[in-house]
Write a protein that binds this ligand. Sequence first.
Ligand code: ATP
Ligand SMILES: Nc1nc2c(ncn2[C@@H]2O[C@H](COP(=O)(O)O)[C@@H](O)[C@H]2O)c(=O)[nH]1
Length: 390
Amino acid sequence: MGQEIQENFSASLHETLSACGDDSDFKGHKTITEIFGKLYVVGATSEGAESPLDVKLFDKATGKWLAPTILGKKPNSSTFHSGVLVTNDRILFLKADSSSNEFSYFLEVDSKFVRERKDLLGGEVVAWSKGSIGDGPKPIVISGPSGVGKGTLINKLMKDFPSTFGFSVSHTTRAPREKEVNGIHYHFTEREVMETEIKEGKFLESALVHGNLYGTSVEAVEAVTDTGKRCILDIDVQGARSVRASTIEAIFIFVRPPSFEELEKRLRDRGTETEEQIQKRLRNARKEIEEGKEGLFDHVLVNDDLESCYANLKKLLGLDSMETSNKAASVDFRTPSSFTISRDAENNIVIDSQDTETKDGIPKKIVLDVSSVRGGAPGRTRGLTVLIEY
Ligand SMILES: Nc1ncnc2c1ncn2[C@@H]1O[C@H](COP(=O)(O)OP(=O)(O)OP(=O)(O)O)[C@@H](O)[C@H]1O
Ligand SMILES: Nc1nc2c(ncn2[C@@H]2O[C@H](COP(=O)(O)O)[C@@H](O)[C@H]2O)c(=O)[nH]1
């Protein structure tokens, strides 16, 4: 029953679009979803399974096509996809012949993130985020004054748990230090370029820190989440505040020095800053240490003895027993190459295979509970629950 409603609805939108002159220019399969008088047309502009899904927008009231700014990593197209309106701010796209890690993408059209970007950029904005089954690992934000040992602690985590954690590589306008490598430690960039990209909405957060611009790009976070790893952000307190205000659900950790004198000693001994820069960083450190007490952070660690601080960090991340404890719930399947979509009595989304042959790992039915999804662009939409029938 639900399935018929879906097909009739979609067919009438195709008719509406044809009557108005379909300028969407998509090759192969496309879907149309109506939200508040706007038709979101999604398809691929070029042939081939690996071409990205694009979004065109038709405004029924004005009869005009609008070109939205598309944020987030676009999903690759497949032979077939289906769009399901989940709430009035997002559409769920389900892809045929795709792995459980790739089959679901959300297109946000009016989420908080999208509204913020609309204010910033003007015009229409939409944002993609990949769907994640289960809770998925929450990103970790690590803040603290310069020289306290954030980088040292993060390096230890990355070395000991390489398949669990991925580092969000920030952009900065400061000059590289002797052993720093572009693209690994930072994306070193020109100020003008970074300012333009901030205006274009490419950054999740950015801040002026010790006289230079630093920022976390949406792409940097997505590059890590795409690998299924848990993202670690090393950012200052201003950045932590911005991430806290975003849709990203993260764990916020503040690292404190045992004393101000020890902090100064570490900064000097590191030997990477001039005296003037050290003084500036120390002045900012006093402010940051005060801000670290304000309740913005979920956990405060004192980095006195490195090994015991690292042990405490692992403990609060639940890593003291085994490496895999923070991995996302894994459910392995492939979606069928053709399917129909319906809603069941509990309002779950039901994907029914229309494949004529049964194949290993491809369920006959996939039931998706989307009632607890949260998060979203930039990053992932987490909390999809999946029930599978073979
Ligand atoms: N517990 C510790 N005891 C003594 N020295 C430490 C400790 N932790 C880190 N260090 C040293 O302190 C210096 C600063 O550490 P690190 O570069 O990791 O700080 P940071 O917080 O990442 O600084 P920044 O914010 O400037 O990048 C390094 O030389 C590091 O080896
Ligand atoms: N708000 C942000 N702060 C960042 C980011 N990347 C790094 N930082 C912070 O800058 C200072 C100085 O770093 P350094 O490498 O020059 O010593 C430090 O506190 C970092 O945490 C970012 O993307 N956003």
